[in-house]
Design a protein around this ligand. Structure first.
Ligand SMILES: Cc1cc2nc3c(=O)[nH]c(=O)nc-3n(C[C@H](O)[C@H](O)[C@H](O)COP(=O)(O)OP(=O)(O)OC[C@H]3O[C@@H](n4cnc5c(N)ncnc54)[C@H](O)[C@@H]3O)c2cc1C
Ligand SMILES: *[C@@H]1O[C@H](CO)[C@@H](O)[C@H](O)[C@H]1NC(C)=O
Ligand SMILES: *[C@@H]1O[C@H](CO)[C@@H](O)[C@H](O)[C@H]1NC(C)=O
Ligand SMILES: *[C@@H]1O[C@H](CO)[C@@H](O)[C@H](O)[C@H]1NC(C)=O
Ligand SMILES: *[C@@H]1O[C@H](CO)[C@@H](O)[C@H](O)[C@H]1NC(C)=O
Ligand SMILES: *[C@@H]1O[C@H](CO)[C@@H](O)[C@H](O)[C@H]1NC(C)=O
Ligand SMILES: *[C@@H]1O[C@H](CO)[C@@H](O)[C@H](O)[C@H]1NC(C)=O
Ligand SMILES: *[C@@H]1O[C@H](CO)[C@@H](O)[C@H](O)[C@H]1NC(C)=O
Ligand SMILES: *[C@@H]1O[C@H](CO)[C@@H](O)[C@H](O)[C@H]1NC(C)=O
Length: 595
């Protein structure tokens, strides 16, 4: 069937990589303790942790292939086109996510960041229980376990003020890890922008980008400090481990989860391109869904866990009526083209220019400067009224028609917390990368790509009832809540004010654009490839899909461990948070941590 999921794999190559315990041609045994669906970012991390004691057998099942290092990026992602985005002039977009061992961590942009403490504390508050371990303090331990720091090189000129604090990071203990690495390349023009941004009232300068604060800070990349290669879930949690009890099969599609008397007992798999090798693999302890925020809800729905009316229309026998599966979908959005012309060059002190140019590149990449700004900093005059407007919206107003009341109740909670944070300096509502802005060829042009880092709109990821086996319908619904445009408009004013301080003139949108919202409708991109939230960790009565221990409501033996469980987006790129979730989940599964 043409509708069948297919990665875009233009070349037909045959791979004969030798991986101990990997079975590319699939002849795994029939039963494992844990069966993990998806060998992506979270899947391999949790697989490593569950197999490390040697006590349990673990099988990871991955749809993509083990592809060699440096394989062309565009050929390792799924071929999915979004539904038309109504409020962005009905434009459709490519839904890029990794289709390869390592998942999206194998194809991502490697910008490695954390959200702020408020991001993770909100996850706790959205648990709706008195005591929760989903908060900054507890997750910090898992960030430290999951990610090791490579500090900036001493030759970077002090004027750049690249600071870090080891208390927020893991130490070098093993090469089987995920590395957060500072490159020693810094563009000198970052310096004057740093100076200008520092002057913005309320701008915070955290001593470390992982300290849980918002403000102006440098970000690392997920790069192996020894080789300069991508550090990702495959290099950190699969390659070289060679454990007899930790296996991986590739090119294999998990079609659905098998239940017996309300318990997940295994999965039905087939070859990725068809119906060959259709078989069932059993899980003695648990099935762990780690197929990412687009495919985890799809697999749940195909297995009979989802909104009852959808399952009925798709003729899928219902196991649990769980309306939240595939709702609460969020992704960061961005505006690609906010451009200024400098009337005079940015003032880089000649000595600094010389020092920066003298650094010998170490192939570890560019250390990027970023700003995460709170709403009172973006819009000192309007933040309170925007918070009030958001607060007073009826929760159902901008959700899809006939949204289930439990989902509306969950959004009401999110609305309450976001409105609170709009008045604080704990959560960011704009993220900009300074390095990107200054990397063009024409040194008089500065182009920004402001990111709506905590969007208010919510989308859906639902199977197509008329073709359930096809890729799910990905409906971003970006800017369906018009306040998302209001936030952008304030961000545009903010950037204009900032650039005026360095003697620059706005070119785009520029003085000729009188209707900024109309301009934004035509420009905004609804994804920076950070899909989350489609199987959220929230109470069932708030539209949640998993509980505080990441167990799917209504069945036994089934958890979700991936970006889908985030109830709300973090104010950062997402992969580092996914690693922390997976590290924490492993302890929850092993019973080492009470949720
Ligand atoms: C192009 C791109 C750029 C990005 N840039 C950055 C960045 O710069 N910094 C950052 O931190 N984050 C970035 N991200 C986001 C980040 O990588 C993801 O949020 C994170 O990796 C998601 O992890 P996950 O475990 O939830 O899903 P994934 O890592 O996507 O893993 C899901 C896995 O499940 C497999 N799967 C799906 N369905 C099935 C099935 N039916 N049977 C078997 N297997 C299945 C998939 O093939 C995939 O390998 C980017 C992502 C992309 C795609
Ligand atoms: C991607 O999907 C579209 C529509 O589903 C199809 O027309 C196209 O051929 C696919 N491309 C590849 C490379 O598989
Ligand atoms: C988008 O599509 C919808 C449904 O087809 C239509 O009603 C609407 O007018 C379209 N909007 C634009 C801007 O084209
Ligand atoms: C990790 O190892 C690298 C390479 O030896 C070293 O430069 C760095 O200082 C170490 N990091 C920490 C936090 O000790
Ligand atoms: C990691 O690998 C590098 C290069 O292969 C090696 O020099 C280094 O000693 C290793 N570090 C540890 C802690 O094993
Ligand atoms: C450098 O950063 C620290 C904290 O990260 C801040 O206290 C200090 O003011 C900064 N220095 C300069 C020169 O910007
Ligand atoms: C701004 O640029 C103009 C045009 O180059 C120049 O005349 C003016 O002196 C500059 N102003 C400042 C404050 O740098
Ligand atoms: C920038 O310069 C490089 C090298 O000269 C060139 O290859 C590239 O096309 C240029 N990009 C743009 C946007 O002009
Ligand atoms: C604005 O429009 C005028 C008249 O069409 C044109 O001359 C000018 O170049 C435009 N300015 C910008 C910044 O696009």
């Amino acid at each position: 069937m043409l509708g069948m999921i297919q990665c875009v794999l233009a070349l037909s190559l045959s791979f004969s990589l030798k991986y101990a315990n990997a079975h590319p041609s699939a002849s795994p045994s029939n039963t494992y303790d844990y069966v993990i669906v998806g060998g992506g970012t979270a899947g391999l991390t949790v697989g490593d942790r569950l197999s490390e004691s040697g006590e349990f057998t673990v099988l990871v099942i991955e749809y993509g292939d083990l592809l060699p290092e440096g394989f062309v990026q565009g050929q390792t992602t799924y071929n999915i086109t979004s539904a038309p985005v109504t409020d962005l002039n009905n434009r459709t977009f490519s839904v890029d996510i990794g289709c390869i061992v390592g998942g999206s961590s194998a194809v991502n942009g490697r910008i490695f960041q954390r959200g702020s403490a408020a991001d993770y504390n909100i996850w706790g508050e959205l648990g709706g229980v008195k005591s929760t371990t989903w908060n900054w303090n507890n997750l910090l331990g898992y960030f430290k376990k999951g990610v090791q720091l490579t500090p900036p090189k001493p030759e970077i000129p002090a004027a750049f003020n690249v600071t870090y604090d080891t208390q927020y990071w893991g130490r070098n203990t093993s090469n089987h890890s995920i590395f957060a690495t500072f490159g020693n390349t810094l563009r000198p023009t970052v310096f004057p922008m740093y100076q200008a941004i520092k002057q913005i009232p309320g701008m915070n300068l955290p001593a470390d980008g992982g300290a849980g604060e918002i403000g102006m800070m440098y970000a690392m990349t997920s790069t192996d400090p020894w080789t300069g290669a991508r550090s990702y879930s495959r290099t950190g949690h699969w390659d070289g481990l060679n454990r007899k009890n930790y296996e991986l099969i590739t090119s294999t599609r998990v079609k659905k989860i098998i239940f017996e008397r309300g318990r997940a007992v295994g999965v039905e798999v087939s070859h990725r391109f068809g119906q060959e090798n259709l078989r069932v693999i059993k899980a003695k302890k648990e099935v762990i869904l780690a197929a990412g925020a687009i495919h985890t809800p799809q697999i749940l729905q195909l297995s009979g866990i989802g909104p009852a009316d959808l399952l009925r229309r798709a003729k899928i026998p219902m196991v649990v009526d769980l309306p939240g599966v595939g709702s609460n979908f969020q992704d960061h959005t961005f505006v690609p083209d906010v451009t200024f012309r400098l009337n005079s060059p940015l003032p880089v002190p000649p000595a600094l220019l010389e020092a920066a140019n003298a650094i010998i590149p170490d192939n570890l990449g560019v250390t990027s400067l970023g700003v995460a700004a709170g709403l009172p900093v973006i819009s000192p005059s309007r933040f309170a009224s925007i918070a009030k407007d958001f607060e007073s919206q009826p929760a159902s107003k901008y959700l899809p028609k006939n949204t289930h009341p439990t989902i509306v109740a969950g959004y009401q909670q999110q609305k309450r917390l976001y409105a609170r944070e709009m008045r604080s300096l704990g959560l960011s509502f704009l993220r900009i990368a300074v390095t990107t802005a200054l990397s063009g060829n024409d040194s008089s042009i500065v182009s920004w790509q402001p990111v709506n880092i905590h969007p208010l709109s919510r989308g859906t990821v639902l199977i197509d009832p008329s073709n359930p086996e096809a890729e799910p319908i990905v409906n971003y619904r970006a800017a369906s809540n018009p306040l998302d445009f209001t936030l952008y408009v304030e961000s545009l004013y903010f950037l204009s004010k900032l650039m005026a301080t360095v003697n620059a003139t706005e070119i785009s949108p520029g003085p000729n654009v009188t209707d900024l919202t109309a301009w934004l409708r035509g420009k905004t991109i609804p994804s920076v490839y950070h899909p989350v939230g489609t199987a959220p960790k929230m109470p069932r009565e708030w539209g949640g899909v998993v509980d505080e221990k990441l167990r799917v409501y209504g069945v036994k033996g089934l958890r979700v461990v991936d970006a889908s469980i985030m109830p709300t987006l973090v104010g950062a790129t997402t992969s580092m948070s996914v690693y922390a979730i997976a590290e924490k989940a492993a302890d929850l599964i092993k019973g080492k941590l009470r949720a």
